[in-house]
Design a protein around this ligand. Structure first.
Ligand code: PLP
Length: 414
């Protein structure tokens, strides 16, 4: 978009599952002058965002904020609690689970990658990339580990490459039922502040997240939420760490400062995002994403195309994966839609490249921006010659019209 000499009119439609569209209010907050990160004003900002972000993770324990992308926070989670050669149990749910597993290998850990076997007959996609984590498989594996060699279980809460969520409370129960001491590490980089997430209640030891999804910020900051057990483990862990080490950061955070130069302007944005999210209330925020997701799914179902998530219990409220018919290159359709309608959709990643595209429904969206995005998709599918069973745009209009938001319903009633 930015590379074009003739800038298109109107706004670009950024419907990828993160970075998500940033509200103007947050952009304005970030445009304020950068201040001294060791001065008195900064400490007030630091304490405010550290307190607010704990409420988003639903934790009373420390949350570490890094000036890094989510990948950095993945690494931080592993190096703070593990030692070279430690065994970790991971679960293949898609591209991001696979990347975290590769990172564990590079860090000299021994990841065991559990996976649901087989290929789905209807779509030709790997079964593992259409489902969430199976907690029973984890429980069985942990029961067999009588010597407690496994030091951590690592799972992705909202798999951004597939549009499938995983039941983190069920994974916690599996670890407890197996009476296994492994730590629970969870990536909710694309789930936080869009999908229900409870760090303390679900007994998660380290939660990893990032700024550019539900928090509605640009990329550039990421998080580790900690538990007391994780903090204890970090005192014994032997993997090399300096920049990522929690101890000095948590200590300096007590007064609202960091041991290095933090991302001041992104923290202004975070402060604004926290005000918006906490004023609305997290439950309202989650309900909004569920409603958008349902509207988008009603369109995909009307087109007659498979939703990548094969289990209706774990549809992602953040994004929907749309599977294209065999022989139809999903990336060609994305390119056509981008070029013709200035709309960006998420590409298929890893094992599903070319077989699906992703519609993000998070960040600064509303019913009408989503309707516009669905119109772009429907026009693109038709132009590409994909046979459609019916109009997804009509189905989504019907859905949104029949399901007013709580706020809209109150206004009409008044
Ligand atoms: N994990 C998940 C679930 C993600 O969606 C992403 C990025 O989209 C990452 C990890 C990697 O984060 P980043 O690209 O910010 O480094």
């Amino acid at each position: 978009m930015l590379l074009l000499n003739n800038h298109p009119s109107g706004r670009h439609f950024l419907q990828i599952p993160g970075p998500s569209p940033v509200p103007d209010r947050i952009l304005r907050a970030m445009s304020l002058p950068t201040i001294d990160h060791r001065g008195p004003e900064f400490g007030v900002l630091g304490l405010k965002v550290l307190d607010g972000i704990r409420q988003i993770f639903r934790t009373k324990y420390p949350v570490v904020i890094y000036p890094a992308s989510g990948t950095g926070a993945w690494e931080a989670a592993l190096v703070n609690v593990l030692s070279p050669g430690d065994s970790v149990l991971m679960f293949e749910t898609g591209h991001f689970a696979s990347l975290w597993q590769k990172m564990a290998l590079r860090l000299s850990l021994k990841p065991e990658f559990l996976s649901l076997p087989g290929v789905d007959a209807a779509t030709g996609l790997p079964v593992a990339w259409r489902h969430g984590v199976d907690a029973e498989v984890i429980e069985k594996r942990l029961r067999a580990d009588t010597g407690h060699a496994i030091k951590a279980v690592c799972v992705v809460h909202n798999e951004t490459s597939t549009g499938v969520t995983s039941d983190i409370a069920a994974v916690r129960r599996a670890i407890d039922i197996a009476k296994h001491p492994a730590l629970l590490l969870v990536d909710t980089i694309s789930g936080l502040a869009s999908a229900d997430y409870r760090h303390d209640e679900w007994g998660v030891d380290v939660t990893v997240s990032g700024s550019q999804k539900g928090l509605m910020l640009p990329p550039g900051i990421s998080f580790n939420a900690l538990s007391p057990k994780a903090i204890e483990a970090s005192k014994q862990a032997k993997l090399p760490k300096a920049f990522w080490a929690w101890d000095e950061i948590v200590e300096m955070n007590k007064s609202g400062y960091w041991p290095y130069t933090p991302n001041t302007n992104l923290l202004y944005g975070l402060s604004e995002a926290l005000d918006m999210l906490l004023q609305q209330g997290l439950d309202t925020v989650f309900a909004r994403h569920h409603r958008w997701a349902e509207g988008v799914r009603s369109a995909v179902q009307a087109w007659g195309l498979p939703i990548q998530c094969a289990d209706a219990n774990v549809y992602s409220p953040v994004l929907t994966g749309v599977v294209t018919p065999v022989g139809v290159d999903a990336d060609q359709i994305r390119k056509l839609i981008h070029d013709r309608f200035d709309l960006s959709l998420g590409t298929g990643l890893g094992r599903v490249k070319g077989r699906m595209f992703r519609i993000g429904h998070l960040g600064d969206c509303n019913d009408l921006t989503l309707m516009a995005a669905l119109s772009g998709v429907e026009m693109g599918l038709k132009l590409a010659g994909v046979p459609l069973a019916g109009s997804g745009v009509q189905a989504a209009m019907d859905f949104f019209a029949a399901h007013p938001t709580q706020r809209a319903a109150l206004k009409v009633a008044a």
